[in-house]
Design a protein around this ligand. Sequence first.
Ligand code: SF4
Length: 268
Amino acid sequence: MHAPENLLADCGSCFGLCCVALPFARSSDFAVDKAAGEPCRNLLEDSRCGIHSTLRKKGFPGCTVYDCFGAGQKVSRSMFEGRDWRQQPSNSSEMFAVFPIMRDVHELLWYLADARDRTSTAPLHNRIDREYDELDALTSATPEIVMSVDVSALRARVNDVLLDASDLVRADVAGKKKNYRGRDMIGAKLAGADLRGASLRGTYLIGADLRGADLRLADVIGADLRGADLRGADLRGSIFATQFQINAARGDRATQLPESLTRPSHWA
Ligand code: SF4
């Protein structure tokens, strides 16, 4: 799909919300513990990261993986009309509470945009448009309304149409498709596997060897690809792939990505 601009993170238009609003636990992803609402010690006054070019080296690889789907600039520039939490501390708790919910809503919009951008889902386009428009309107609502959203219920509702879209997209692959939905495949050896049109919904593929695997038109929504080896894999046309998943995986110049995603700078 062609990624909608409003769903792409624009860190320069955000007040560093992911670096303040979210909690971190000290781990291989983050070198320090940090509570929700506490500014990261590396965050500069102008909302840039003070260690941006050395994040991985300094023990913050999690920051190179995270993607807000454009929620940061939406909250900073649109909802709070460019009022920085530093200048208006009275807004800060509301801003920090609304940001993760906005991120979840933007993520759902990303999936709906992907489903809508395919010709095989034409029978569903009206239904997808209705869901998209309703969620899009929600992103322009007041902080109180956004904070009252039941994200789990929203995900379940949107998932109905996403599942139908997935079936239509994957039907373009002839023959029996593999179904690994929700399976624990941590560290699985799948190098060179034919996974065209497979369901990898919510599959745990942490550290899996997917070198050279064919994932065209596979449904990868919610698949955990942390540390998965995608070198030489083909993900063109895979449905519901996100930048977050790709950033968390390993890959190289031979990895073929869906056109909406970009090759992470930390890949070889
Ligand atoms: S290390 Fe940089 S990118 Fe990561 S949370 Fe801190 S300021 Fe943000």
